[in-house]
Design a binder for this molecule. Structure first.
Ligand code: PLP
Length: 390
């Protein structure tokens, strides 16, 4: 019998971390590995944000804050949600500032689901939702979307997997790894399914600001959805603040009250000076976000156009987020995992195999374009040269 709790028999090590570990191992052996496996913006956090956090540290702002978060930051988040998303929330009763969007998602899943409950996850999807459902003792259920339809969410595809045990649908909009931005039709399909089956929706909107095309729709703003939607967002991607670990979650008041208990009994609160940095991010100039998003769009094009020149690769241009999905079925490899392993060995480029993102990811690999343009160009050159040697 295992020395740890039985739930761990169901939880796999994060496949994105597994690739990072393998790349690190090769690097330790002296190889120069280009890592396009993660989703880490290479930009520095904008100066006005770090300056505010430094000031907080320098003036002794280094203690606990209320568990929900700094009142000024809660206000700023509520202003942002109203201005950017058309979402009206009471900052003192419906918002919680969390140490990362990941933790916001974790307390959402922990609060809404328990043993016997199912979390419906349209796939391909980000890797951690499944593990979070298992940690809550619930069951993740994949609803694969059609590759031929570019993984657009349809009511039929969702409802094929709804059972009497389904409690919530997890929607990542914009989506990692597909780069899709929800259309009004998709949003309506999700809202319709949620209402008809009395389900919660957990909306992970972490890539809201890294968007090149399409309007951002917050599902909580659709008619009747405020009462059944939990909206998660954070600072990591839009503001290049991955290491700060700062996010937030907006929820109906009764749900938020229970979520707060999870926060209180696990982390207490997000870092005090980190929250001051978040306040500067939300109340400061927006030019930095615009500059970074424009740079990401150019990098996306560099990667998509470069890879599409390589015989055997077919890569879609994403509307948002930091990733390109390439179809590698034309390369002659039996599956995405063997292509990925070969690529790391022969081209020294680390990418993520599509099946890591659940059903629908077969035959695909995901490459991140969060790296500098010269790094992306070098990756394209290496992939192209390795493929030519095949
Ligand atoms: N949600 C998605 C879809 C992500 O891709 C990521 C990070 O990779 C996160 C959430 C986590 O964000 P944070 O750094 O705030 O925990």
């Amino acid at each position: 019998s295992s020395r740890v709790a039985s739930r761990f028999s169901l939880i796999e090590k994060s496949p994105t971390y597994a690739i990072l570990d393998l790349a690190a191992e090769l690097r330790a052996q002296g190889e120069s590995v280009i890592d396009l496996g993660g989703g880490e913006p290479d930009f520095a956090t904008p100066d006005h944000i770090t300056a505010e956090a430094k000031d907080a540290l320098g003036t002794g702002f280094t203690h606990y804050t209320p568990s929900r978060g700094l009142p000024e930051l809660l206000e700023a988040i509520s202003d942002k949600l109203l201005k950017d998303n058309g979402l009206q929330v009471n900052p003192a009763q419906q918002l919680i500032v969390t140490p990362s969007a990941k933790h916001a998602l974790f307390i959402s899943v922990m609060t809404l689901l328990g043993p016997g409950d199912e979390l419906l996850v349209p796939t391909p999807s980000w890797v951690s939702y499944t593990a979070m459902a298992h940690l809550a003792g619930a069951r993740p259920v994949f609803a694969p979307m059609a590759a031929a339809d570019r993984f657009r969410i349809t009511r039929e595809a969702l409802e094929a997997y709804i059972t009497p045990n389904t409690r919530a649908i997890l929607i990542n909009n914009p989506n990692n790894p597909t780069g899709n931005v929800l259309t009004p039709e998709e949003a309506e399909a999700i809202a319709g399914s949620a209402a008809d089956h009395d389900l919660f929706v957990i909306a992970d909107e972490i890539y809201e600001k890294v968007r090149f095309r399409g309007e951002h729709i917050s599902l909580a703003t659709l008619p009747g959805m405020a009462e059944r939607t939990v909206t998660v967002n954070g600072f990591s991607k839009g503001y290049a603040m991955t290491g700060w670990r700062l996010g937030y979650v907006a929820a109906p008041q009764d749900v938020s009250a229970e979520m707060l208990k999870v926060q209180q009994h696990t982390v207490g609160c997000a870092g005090s000076f980190v929250q001051r940095g978040g306040l500067a991010a939300l109340t400061g100039p927006e030019q930095d976000i615009e500059r970074m998003t424009a740079a990401y769009a150019a990098r996306r094009d560099l990667l998509v156009d470069g890879l599409n020149q390589v015989p055997g690769l077919v890569c879609a241009r994403p509307d948002a987020a930091l990733y390109v999905l390439c179809d590698v079925t034309g390369t002659g490899f039996p599956d995405a995992a063997s292509f990925t392993a070969w690529l790391l060995r022969e081209a020294k480029v680390a990418v993520t195999p599509g099946p890591a993102f659940g059903p629908g990811g077969e035959g695909l690999v995901r490459l991140s374009f969060a790296s500098a343009p010269q790094v992306l160009q070098e990756a394209v050159d290496r992939i192209s040269a390795a493929m030519a040697r095949l």
